[in-house]
Every structure is written in C-alpha cells, then in structure tokens.
Design a protein around this ligand. Structure first.
Ligand code: FAQ
Length: 311
C-alpha cells in the first residue's frame, strides 16, 4: 500500500539513491518536479531570444559563430529538459500549452532587453554564471533523469560563461567607448541576475519541501551569496565595477555583504509587467504556430514508418 511505498521512497531519498521514472513517488513530488523542470525548460527556450537579437549584428565572423553555437545549445537544453519532464507523465505539448497560456513561468531574467553588443557578454558572464551556480547542485537532484540532464547542461553552461567573460574582457580593455558599453551592460544585468535565484528564503514557498526531497540541495539565499562571492573578484579582473555601493567583504561571515534587492521589481516581472514579457511570450507563440507544419510533417512521417514496419 501507499504507506509502505512512501517509506521506501523516503528511505531511497535518504540513502542518496536516484528515483527513476518507473519508481513509486508521491504525487506532490511528481508535480513539483514537473513544475520546476518545465519552468527550467521554458527558460532555456525563451532564453534564446535576448541573445538571438544580436546574431545578425555580431562584430566579427568568429563572434557570430560562437554566439550561434551558444544559442543553439540553449535549444538543446530545452529539449533535454522537456524530455526529462515527459518521463514524469506530462507531454511536451501540454507543457508548451501551459507556457503559452501563461500558466507556467519562465525565468524572470529573460524579460530584460539586450540593448548593446556588450549585453551578450554580460549575459554569458552573469546569467550563465548564475545558472551554473544554481545548476551544479542539481546534478545531485534525487530525480535521475533531471540530475543526468544537468551534467551535460552544466558543461555547456561553463563554456557559455567563459565566452561571456572573454567578450567583456575584450571590451573592457578596448577603447573608452567599448569599456563604457561593457560597464553599462554589467550595471543593467547585475541586479536581475541576483533575482534569478528566486525569492528570499523566508518567502520561498517550495524550498523546504524541495530540500527535504533532495531536489534542491541549497537554499535560494545560499546560492545567491555563493554567486556574489564568485563575481566580486571576477569583476575586479575584468576591470569593471558592480553597481552596488554596499558591496563589501564581511570578515566575520567570510562572505561579501551586498545591498538590498528590489523585490518589488521581481514581483512585477513575475506578474508579466517586466520590460519585455509581452514581446517574449508573443514571439514564442508565433514560433510555435509557425512550426506547426514541421510537427505535422514529423508525425505523418512517423506514422508512415510505423505502418511500413508492420508489413
Ligand atoms: N523567475 O518557492 P520558490 C537558464 C518562482 S537559467 C521566475 O523559491 P523554487 C540558462 C517559482 O517558480 C534559468 N520565477 O521556487 C540560460 C515559484 O513559482 P511557482 C532557469 C521564479 O522552485 C542562460 C515561486 O517563484 N533555471 O535558463 C524565479 O523552490 C542564458 C516561488 O519560488 C532554472 O529554472 C525567477 N527567477 O526555486 C538560458 C533552474 N524564482 O512555480 C539562456 C531550476 C522563483 O510556484 C541563456 N530551478 N520563481 O508558480 C530552480 O532551481 C528553482 O526552481 C528556483 C526557484 C531556484 C528558480
């Protein structure tokens, strides 16, 4: 009966064993994983848009090739993640419908505009940097398919983070105008990237349960602090500053202290009122509609193949 199954499930989680698709799991565990993995998948594909905005305007062939590879990687991450979510019994079509209907979220960060070429660098350094900080612990998530997807995704995100850092370094060491462009991009992306880690711990609805289930390994605030600690010396090496006058080494805690985050802005973006929410979701819906013929053709082809193999 369910109580015995649940005891077995809890023991497996406590023993750091992986839960696999055919294993018994509590309904709420399944639902919370679908929620998190789908949000993550949606973020990857909507996250293609801000950087794709610069592909046609990359300043050199080399930069263009790198950026195209990076944006294609994000599409790949979306696909592994939708596949991981599908192992829990919800189809990709259903998840996309929920996204398009506004019933599932995607990361707040992708609702900000990419105003200059330097934004491509700032996204790589800060947004991919934050993504890695959050996702490395997810490689040890209790749910097998999600944990395994994270291993490859994190390797690719590391490349993305380095290309962003290298791009910003080139601009920072360039002309005065290039340096100013890099600084402006960092000024605009810094605070939104701290918001990627989610609400503060005392307002995080899912953290306690997700940590008990070993989906999450660290709290939102813990990971946010880890990210700040990593970024401060990197900003120094870049010759750029972070837009926070309260940033200071706290000897006692052994961490950098930082100023207050504007949680009103975060809540507004989540409500759909960020600078680009409407543009992002409209472009996503249009891409889905325009791709309908590809899905239909693939389905017809699969049916034809299945029919042939029966004879
Ligand atoms: N934006 O109770 P919690 C990338 C929602 S990286 C929007 O703390 P949880 C790579 C949350 O879903 C970005 N919504 O939730 C890339 C929940 O709403 P719900 C994607 C947010 O799950 C780079 C509510 O607030 N990464 O794409 C945000 O315990 C460059 C309460 O929050 C992931 O998704 C936010 N920032 O912790 C791609 C990583 N924060 O569901 C392209 C996996 C929170 O009740 C270019 N996810 N919410 O309606 C996670 O680790 C977790 O889900 C957290 C949130 C940490 C995001």
């Amino acid at each position: 009966d369910d109580a015995a199954y649940e005891a077995q499930f809890n023991a497996a989680v406590a023993a750091e064993e992986r839960i696999e698709p055919r294993d018994w799991m509590p309904d709420a565990y399944r639902a919370s994983l679908v929620r998190q993995i789908a949000q993550h998948a949606h973020s990857e594909i909507i996250g293609m848009q801000p950087e794709a905005n610069w592909i046609t305007r990359a300043p050199s062939l080399r930069r263009k090739a790198i950026l195209m590879a990076k944006v294609q990687d994000e599409a790949g991450h979306g696909l592994y993640l939708y596949s991981a979510a599908e192992t829990l019994g919800t189809s990709r079509d259903e998840l996309l419908d929920r996204l398009h209907a506004g019933r599932q979220k995607y990361s707040s960060i992708f609702n900000y505009p990419t105003l200059s070429w330097a934004d491509v660098g700032a996204i790589g350094w800060l947004v991919d940097g934050a993504a890695i900080t959050n996702q490395v612990p997810l490689c040890r998530c209790s749910y097998g398919p999600y944990a395994r997807a994270m291993v490859r995704i994190c390797k690719e995100e590391s490349f993305h983070q380095r290309q962003g850092y290298e791009l910003l370094l080139a601009l920072s060491k360039g002309t005065e105008a290039q340096h100013a462009m890099a600084q402006d991009a960092v000024n605009r992306w810094w605070w939104p990237s701290l918001m990627m880690f989610g609400p503060p711990d005392d307002e995080s609805a899912h953290s306690a349960q997700s940590m008990a289930w070993r989906i999450k390994r660290h709290s939102n605030d813990e990971l946010r602090q880890r990210f700040v600690d990593i970024c401060v010396p990197q900003a120094e090496s870049l010759g750029l500053t972070l837009p926070d006058p309260d940033l200071a080494w706290d000897e006692e805690r052994g961490h950098y202290a930082f100023g207050p985050i504007d949680w009103d802005e975060f809540r507004e973006v989540l409500r759909g009122n960020g600078p680009c929410n409407e543009q992002r979701i409209n472009q996503r819906r249009t891409a889905h509609e325009e791709g309908a013929w590809v899905r239909e053709a693939a389905t017809a082809y699969a049916a034809k193949q299945a029919e042939r193999s029966r004879h």
